[in-house]
Ligand binder design. Structure first.
Ligand code: SF4
Length: 216
């Protein structure tokens, strides 16, 4: 028994106490382009750093044409100190060129086409589709979603891509849109990757704590 509805219901209430992950924040202008670029910036980067870098970049460049006109060095300066900022600056510019030349300056609305963009993996593609286009056809899976869904015992998987597939098999579709946002926020605040705060966790009784060896 996975108690999926109860867990989702409790997390929706509990998460109101916390700051939301930047790529899913309601307050942002969540166009597919902004979601795609913010997600690329967020890889291996803290949320507040991503938020500030996104703001700086979008304050001078709001679409692919604006970005390709910027010097790569300028993009680096705008997004610094996100992780791998030099590689990301180059990637973002390359992606914008492809969007202009192949997709009429639009972000493609399919997993297949998004995955053809260099540097875009399944998680980024799924986030763009779900939070940029508002399509609940996927469950984006990052480290928090992967870890939490395995700890709960909802899935038994080795990597994020496998988790996305298995979660889509077990979680009812009505929860797909919210799941990433809920689990990322919860993973950043309570179900911490290294040492989860199980003693403060309101879903404790529903959790199998698979592979949890060190909790507080
Ligand atoms: S009981 Fe612990 S491992 Fe399970 S969801 Fe809560 S914090 Fe995470």
């Amino acid at each position: 028994m996975k108690n999926i509805s109860q867990v989702i219901k409790i997390l929706k209430i509990k998460n109101k106490e916390f700051y939301k992950p930047v790529v899913t924040q309601e307050s942002l202008d969540r166009t597919p382009f902004r979601v795609l670029i913010s997600c690329l910036l967020s890889l291996r980067t803290k949320d507040d750093v991503t938020a500030n870098a996104s703001k700086r970049l979008f304050s001078v460049a709001q679409n692919p044409e604006h970005i390709v006109r910027l010097d790569t060095k300028k993009i680096e300066q705008l997004i610094y100190p996100v992780g791998f900022y030099r590689t990301k600056a180059k990637r973002i510019k390359e992606i914008c060129k492809v969007l202009i030349n192949t997709h009429n300056s639009k972000v493609p609305e399919s997993m297949e086409e998004l995955l053809k963009l260099k540097g875009v993996g399944k998680k980024t593609a799924a986030i763009t589709l779900v939070y940029g286009f508002g399509k609940a056809n996927y469950i984006p899976v990052d480290v928090h979603v992967h870890v939490l869904s395995n700890r709960l015992g909802w899935v038994k998987t080795k990597n994020a891509d496998e988790t996305m597939q298995k979660l889509m098999d077990v979680v009812p579709k009505r929860y797909w849109y919210d799941l990433n946002d809920l689990f990322v926020t919860y993973g950043q605040n309570i179900c911490l990757t290294r040492s989860p705060l199980c003693s403060k966790c309101p879903i404790n009784k529903y959790c199998k704590k698979i592979n949890v060896t060190n909790s507080r």
